[in-house]
Ligand binder design. Structure first.
Ligand code: ATP
Ligand code: MG
Length: 369
């Protein structure tokens, strides 16, 4: 327990109302909206004896980290040795994943024993939950995490990642967007106000424009903005910050040129969440070159696409690349496509940010459709 005390000193221990145990979960300064059923579902999985590794997947900004933190907080009292959050976003070298976990837990190298072995001995008889955040860029470090789980029966791991880890025993939980108002309830009625997306928009908008009201004029515009942004929390936050200078109606109209508008995230957010372009770019940059070429080809589908249509345009890897199968077989990098596909795919998907970003990247790479 002395080591836990060391870890506590080094990290901001939250004052959130988590009963009992030690943890280093940070308290967010912004309100957490909705997600009751998802928090309950993930917490339920974490409490099951037969589930040891859960991966929350989804595109950038869908709310994986917020959901993971809320679910981990909800079950903190079930883990005698605490809940420990390990942020992996700054790490791109998979070899640094184990040292990052060890550092958070206060486990240090000593003598000849490898750090992984020391970590294993430390965790061997502890009941502890690790939250590994932003695993997508170090997915090849999944086997060492699986080894740790195999050696430490009281350990559970909750991962957030734009792609799944693809190791045995993993339970994937795709994080859905926030709930949207139904189209016929665009007037300021119960349905509009109770949708999670509209609640998030208003919460963040009121922070910059306290006199904003849900009226017969603003409610339909806000509902439409949320629908056009597909209930993606990051996009909604970026749009809501604009109501300081634009009315919801003007904002809705300007969302036709979405990406330039969805900028200017809070200074305390990571760089990848400062703009929608950066959020999509983070996923794009994890793709192999042939997958990046496929992504650019998908720009022709402004309103979403079916799998068949995507296969029709994906026959070649790019202008100069040799022909390749439309969707290459699963590999550690190929799976990164899913995070972009999750944003792009589906006829009903109205979020055009990925498509717009495709066009921008077509221009910068000299690729033409
Ligand atoms: N349920 C929610 N209530 C309030 N804010 C939310 C909610 N979900 C997400 N957000 C906010 O939306 C933004 C994006 O959420 P989050 O960081 O959890 O996304 P993510 O899926 O982890 O993204 P990334 O892949 O970039 O790590 C954050 O500013 C977060 O605070
Ligand atoms: Mg995250």
């Amino acid at each position: 327990m002395a080591v836990i005390a060391t870890a506590r000193k080094g990290y901001c221990v939250s004052t959130a109302p988590i009963i009992g145990r030690v943890h280093n979960l940070r308290t967010s300064l912004s309100a957490f909206i909705g997600r009751e059923s998802q928090v309950a579902a993930v917490a339920g999985l974490l409490c099951r004896d037969d589930v040891r590794l859960i991966t929350l997947t989804g595109p950038g900004g869908v709310g994986k980290t917020r959901l993971a933190t809320a679910a981990a907080a909800a079950v903190a009292d079930k883990f005698d040795d605490g809940v420990w959050f390990v942020g992996l976003a700054p790490i791109s070298n998979p070899a640094l994943v184990v040292p990052a976990i060890a550092q958070v837990l206060g486990v240090r190298e000593a003598g000849e024993e490898p750090l992984a072995a020391r970590l294993e001995s430390f965790l061997a008889d502890r009941r502890l939950l690790l939250v590994l955040d932003n695993f997508e860029q170090v997915v090849v470090a999944a086997p060492p995490v699986a080894d740790l789980l195999g050696a430490c029966p009281g350990l559970k791991v909750l991962v957030t990642s734009r792609v799944r880890l693809r190791v045995s025993g993993e339970r994937e939980y795709p994080v859905p967007p926030l709930s949207l108002p139904v189209p016929e309830a665009a007037s300021p009625g119960e349905e509009t106000v109770s949708s999670e997306a509209v609640r998030l928009f208003f919460d963040r908008a009121l922070a910059v424009k306290p006199d904003l009201a849900l009226t017969a004029e603003t409610a339909p515009a806000v509902a439409e903005i949320c629908r056009r942004l597909d209930g993606l929390p990051l996009a909604i936050e970026l749009a809501a910050a604009r109501v300081k200078v634009l009315s919801p109606t003007a904002l809705q109209a300007r969302l036709e040129r979405r990406l330039p508008l969805l900028t200017g995230g809070g200074q305390d957010l990571p760089a990848r969440q400062q703009t929608m372009r950066a959020a999509i770019g983070w996923s794009h940059d994890l793709l192999a070159p042939d997958e990046q070429a496929l992504f650019r080809r998908l720009a022709v589908f402004v309103g979403g696409f079916t799998l068949e249509a995507a296969e029709a345009v994906g026959g070649e890897g790019g202008r100069s690349a040799p022909p390749s199968p439309p969707f290459p077989p699963p590999s550690s990098t190929a799976s990164h496509r899913s995070s972009i596909r999750a944003s792009c795919a589906g006829r009903s998907n109205a979020l055009k940010s990925p498509a717009t970003e495709c066009w921008r990247r077509c221009g910068s790479s000299g690729w033409s459709a």
